[in-house]
Design a protein around this ligand. Structure first.
Ligand code: ATP
Length: 324
C-alpha cells in the first residue's frame, strides 16, 4: 500500500465549522434487529445549540476541547471528531495532520447528538482545510459509517431518518418553533437506554424483537404540524399517547428524577414536554420567545435541572463560519 501523502497545502490557516444539536420530534423505535440495532422512524429537528470545531494544520492528529463539559469529552482517538478526520484522510490518501479544537456547548451524553455533531463538523472542517472537493454524497456516506445521527448533523433543518436513522429524507418546516432545553447533571448512555426500552417491553408482557414490535412509522399529524409551522398542532402530536419519543419511558426508568423535570416544565407553561432522544436532556415546546425565556427561568428556579436553554428550531446544518 502506498504511504499516505501529507495533507496538501491548506487553503487557509484554520477552518471553523458550526454545527447544531438535534431533538427528536418523534422517535418511534421498532424491535431489536439481529444485528443489535433497532429500526427507527426518527423525525430529526436541528436546534440552535451549537458546537464549533476548528481544524488547523498540525504534525499528526491532536484534539483539544473547551467549554463547561470539556472534562467529559475524550481528547483521544475515541473522540468522534478524530474518527471523522481519520476516515476522510484515509479516503483521500492523506495523513490526518490536523489539530481539531472543539468548543463544546451541546450537552455531553445528553440525547442531543453532541458527539455526532462534532463528527459532522470535523468532516466538513477537514475537507475544507484540505482543499474541499469531496462530493456531498461521499461526505454523507462517511457520516453514515461514523454513526446513525451523523448524517443529520451535516444536513440540519428537519428530516425523517429511517433504518438506524441514517437514511434521510428532508422534511419541510413552515415556521420557527420555540423550545427550552433543560440540561441535566450528568449524562445517560444511549445503548443503556435502548436496553432498558427492550427490558420494559418484555416486562410489559410483550417481546422486544422485530417479530414482536410493530414497524415504526412517522406520525402524519406531526409531519403536517411541522410542514405548516403550527405550534399547537405540534404540541398535540408530541404528547399524543403520552410521548412521541419511544425512549422516554426507558430514560425516566433509569433516571426517575426526569419525571419531576418534565412536570416542572408543564407547570411553567410549556405546551409539550418530552425527553430529548435517549435523554437526560428534557425538551419543552413553547409558544414564542417570551414564553421560552419565562419557562427557562422557571426551570432554572425549579432546581430540577442544571441549566435551561431557550432556543429555536429548525437550525442550519454544519457550515463554515470562519477561515484563517
Ligand atoms: P445521541 O443523542 O447521538 O445518542 P448523546 O448526545 O446522548 O448522543 P454524546 O454527547 O454524543 O451523547 O456523548 C456520548 C459519549 O460519546 C460521551 O460520553 C463521550 O464519551 C463520547 N464522545 C466521543 N466523542 C465525543 C464528542 N466529540 N463530544 C461528546 N462526546 C463524545
Amino acid at each position: 500500500m502506498p504511504a499516505a501523502a501529507s495533507a496538501p497545502a491548506p487553503v487557509s490557516a484554520a477552518v471553523t465549522v458550526r454545527v447544531p444539536a438535534k431533538v427528536n420530534a418523534q422517535l418511534a423505535v421498532g424491535g431489536l434487529r439481529p444485528d443489535g440495532f433497532h429500526d427507527l422512524a426518527n423525525v430529526f429537528l436541528a436546534v440552535g445549540l451549537y458546537d464549533e470545531v476548528t481544524a488547523a494544520p498540525a504534525d499528526g492528529l491532536r484534539i483539544t476541547v473547551s467549554g463547561p463539559d470539556a472534562a467529559h469529552v475524550p481528547a483521544d482517538d475515541s473522540n468522534l471528531a478524530a474518527r471523522a478526520a481519520r476516515a476522510l484522510a484515509e479516503r483521500r490518501g492523506l495523513r490526518p495532520d490536523v489539530h481539531l479544537h472543539i468548543a463544546k456547548d451541546i450537552p455531553v451524553a445528553g440525547g442531543m447528538a453532541g458527539g455526532s455533531a462534532d463528527a459532522a463538523a470535523a468532516l466538513l472542517a477537514c475537507d475544507t482545510l484540505w482543499g474541499g472537493g469531496t462530493p456531498r454524497e461521499e461526505l454523507l456516506a462517511i457520516c453514515a459509517e461514523l454513526g446513525s445521527d451523523v448524517p443529520f448533523n451535516l444536513v440540519g433543518g428537519a428530516a425523517l431518518g429511517r433504518g438506524r436513522g441514517e437514511l434521510l429524507e428532508p422534511l419541510e418546516v413552515g415556521g420557527t418553533f420555540h423550545w427550552v432545553f433543560a440540561v441535566a447533571e450528568g449524562g445517560l448512555s444511549t445503548p443503556a437506554v435502548y436496553r432498558e426500552c427492550d427490558r420494559l417491553r418484555v416486562a410489559a408482557g410483550g417481546g422486544a424483537t422485530t417479530a414482536d414490535v410493530p414497524d415504526p412509522r412517522p406520525d402524519p399529524a406531526l409531519l403536517e404540524a411541522l410542514r405548516t409551522g403550527d405550534t399547537a398542532a405540534l404540541a398535540a402530536a408530541l404528547t399524543a399517547g403520552g410521548s412521541s419519543n419511544d425512549l422516554q419511558a426507558a430514560a425516566v426508568s433509569l433516571r426517575p428524577s426526569l419525571a419531576r423535570t418534565l412536570a416542572a416544565g408543564t407547570e411553567a407553561g410549556a405546551l409539550a414536554a418530552l425527553v430529548s432522544g435517549s435523554g437526560p436532556t428534557c425538551a419543552f415546546l413553547v409558544g414564542d420567545e417570551a414564553a421560552a425565556v419565562a419557562v427557562a427561568d422557571a426551570m432554572t428556579a425549579s432546581g430540577t435541572c442544571r441549566t435551561a436553554r431557550p432556543t429555536t428550531a429548525p437550525a442550519p446544518g454544519a457550515h463554515v463560519v470562519r477561515r484563517g
